[in-house]
Design a protein around this ligand. Sequence first.
Ligand SMILES: [Zn+2]
Length: 343
Amino acid sequence: MKAQVLSAWDGRLSLAVLPRPQIQENEVLVAVRACGVGLTVLNYMRGQLGRPEVFPRVPGHEIAGVVEAVGSGVTAVRPGDRVIVFFYLTCGWCEECRAGRDSRCKHHRGYVGVHRDGGYAEFVALPEANVLPLPDGIPFADATAIPDAIATPYHVCATRARVEAGDRMVVVGAGGGVGIHMMQMGRLFGARVVAVDVDEAKLARCRELGAAHAVHFRAPDAAAQARAALGGGATVAVDLVGSDQTLGWTFDLLGRGGRMITLTTFEDTGLRLAPRRMVFDELEVLGSRYCSRAEVLAAARLVRDGRIVPVVSRTVPLAQVEELHAMLRKGTLLGRGAVTFGS
Ligand SMILES: [Zn+2]
C-alpha cells in the first residue's frame, strides 16, 4: 500500500510502498478514505508528541474510512462499517476511562499516528476500542473533522467551560482547524462569539459562520474591538495559539466570572496570572485535553444533524500532502485540510 512515512525527526515525509498492516486478535483493519491534516501532525513530525523511535512511522490520526477486516476477538465492529477514529490509545479499565474521562487515562499509551501507524496510508490497523461509528450521510473528508477538530470544542463547551446562553466567548486562533469549529460550537451552546486571528480570509469565513465580530490580532485596538463586540469582558476565553503573547492577551480579556481555556501547549511558554483579578472577578483558568469517546459520538451527531458545519477547506491526494503542510506552516490553511483516497 502507499503511505507517507516519517523516517527521522526532521519534519519531512516521504512517499513509500509498505505491506498492508497485519491485524491482531482485537484489532480492525480500516481502508482509509480520508485523513485530516492539521498542526498536530506537524508537531509530531518535529518530535513534540513524544519520540517513539519507530521508523518508518505513518502519521495522521483524523481518520475516516471503511472497515476492511476484523480480528477474531472483535465483537462490535464489522467489515463494511463506516468509521472514524479516536486519537488516544487508552487502557479502557482505569477509573478515569470508566468514568468516561478517556483523555485522562492513567495508563495512556500514546497516540494514533505517533505510537502506532496512522492514516496517511491506504490502510491502517487499529484497536477495536479506537474505532467509532460514522453516521450515514457524512462525506469522508468532512468526517475527518469530527474526532478532533469538532469533538475537542465539544469537550471545551460541554465539559470544561460549561458554555451557556448569554456567555460572551472569544476564540483566539479562530480560523484554524479547531478554532473554526470552536467558534461554531460556542454559538451552538448559546454564546455570543468573537473570533480572533491574523489572516483576513480566515476572519471573513468566521464572519460567515456567525462570529459577532472578527478581530485581527495585530490591530492596535484588537482588545478594545473584542470587548466592544462582546459587550464587556469575556466570560469564556479560549486560546488555541498558546504563545506567551496570546495567553496574556486572552487572560486580560476575561471579565467577571470568566473562564479561560488553554489547549495548545509548548514547553517554554508561560502565563503570568494576576491573583487579585482572579479573586475579585472569580476567574478560572482551565486546561482542556482532547475529549472522550462519548464526546466524539456527540460531535458526529451534531454534524449529521447539520448543527455544526465541518470546515475542510482543501483536499489533496496522499502524494501531495506536503502542499497542505506548507499552508499550515504559513498559517494560510482555513479550517482543516485532508488527504483523500479514491472514492
Ligand atoms: Zn485508562
